[in-house]
Write a protein that binds this ligand. Structure first.
Ligand code: AHR
Length: 347
């Protein structure tokens, strides 16, 4: 009887021990206390292969424009990997080029009390209220790639991205050289997403340089939303109404230029010769088009600033003073150098 009693105590102690073990294991694997299941387009990276200091890891909510172009895909990858390599946990949200998705994502990041928000805004306007909400919650916001147009300039910590106006100027300066001595040059313009900073600024920079020159005329200008398919569609419409008149296509990105090149070929003209083509971003697809003789020049818009962003955020958390505006350095590449440079291109 006494033996039986001891065995029961032993069994009871073992069960307690096993229960305690199971509780420990579920603590380590079960918990996402960030509440990351807010929408189908948000996901959290678990930083495989980086310093996995989960207890101390800061969480960064990253609201990206979408996946509309080669630039964007490269930018998403660079920002995610740059932040993860620096030891941050990234909570990623793809806005699919819709501002309403970004507003939802930012509010969800605020509700999750993330440590910082990285925002690449789809358009310039309409962010005032949500940025104020982030500020009230004491969550620092880092703007990347595109600017916002808000009255107060203390709603974000820093803006890291290209100088789009300068990119537009570069395209115009190239045009002046390429058509030097020619009169009555007819230009069609494929604009980026309506209301976005690159569409507004690139147009402004281009017109600033060419505006007063009566030898150049923009005969048609419409948005192709930064995508290949819409670039092709809009170019088909340009060709339908202006046909053989067009001398130059100024496309606000390479993807639209590549779509338009297809339309020009289908129309029976020779892109790069009959119609000169300017693209922007300097993605690998543009270099391939230049090697084929279809595109004349691409103005660089460099998406690979993830590590630079991570340094900026590190500095902020270390209490250092942060520049309010950091401009990414960029170049310009022409058809004659495309073959030599393609192997060196990283995106
Ligand atoms: O904001 C940068 C622009 O956005 C790129 O030039 C374009 O390709 C992208 O979609």
């Amino acid at each position: 009887m006494r033996k039986f009693f001891n065995a029961r105590i032993l069994l009871f102690v073992m069960m307690l021990f096993m229960l305690a073990l199971a509780a420990c294991a579920s603590d380590k694997t079960g918990g996402d206390d960030q509440g990351n299941s807010n929408s189908g387009i948000t996901e959290t990276d678990n930083n495989e292969g980086t310093n996995d200091n989960s207890a101390e890891k800061k969480v960064i909510g990253f609201s990206q424009v979408g996946a509309e172009s080669e630039f964007r895909t490269a930018n998403t990858e660079s920002v995610r990997s740059g932040l993860e390599a620096a030891g941050y946990e990234v909570n990623f949200s793809d806005a699919q080029q819709k501002q309403e998705n970004q507003l939802k994502a930012i509010r969800s990041f605020i509700a999750q009390d993330v440590d910082a928000i990285v925002l690449a805004p789809v358009v310039e306007t309409g962010f005032e209220t949500v940025l104020q909400e982030a500020k009230d919650a004491e969550i620092p916001v880092f703007l990347i790639d595109r600017a916002v147009d808000v009255e107060a300039d203390d709603l974000w910590v820093s803006f890291l991205g290209s100088d789009f106006v300068e990119e537009g100027r570069k395209a115009a300066r190239w045009t002046l050289e390429e058509f030097e001595g020619e009169k009555d040059v007819k230009i069609v313009e494929l604009q980026g997403t309506v209301g976005s900073a690159p569409a507004i600024d690139r147009k402004a920079g281009f017109e600033e340089i060419l505006g007063d020159d009566s030898n150049f005329e923009i005969i048609d200008s419409q948005s192709g939303n930064f995508t290949r398919s819409e670039g092709k569609e809009v170019m088909e419409a340009f060709l339908k109404s202006n046909g053989d008149e067009i001398d130059l296509l100024f496309a606000h990105n390479d993807d639209m230029a590549i779509g338009a090149i297809q339309a020009i070929k289908e129309y029976g003209l020779d892109p790069g010769t009959d119609i000169k083509v300017i693209g922007m971003d300097a993605v690998r697809g543009a270099f391939e088009a230049m090697i084929d003789g279809d595109m004349n020049v691409t103005i660089e818009c460099n998406p690979l600033f993830g590590p630079q962003l991570a340094d900026l955020i590190d500095a902020y958390f270390a209490g250092e003073e942060i520049e309010n505006r950091v401009v990414v350095e960029e170049g310009m590449f022409e058809m004659h150098e495309a073959e030599e440079l393609l192997p060196t291109r990283e995106y």
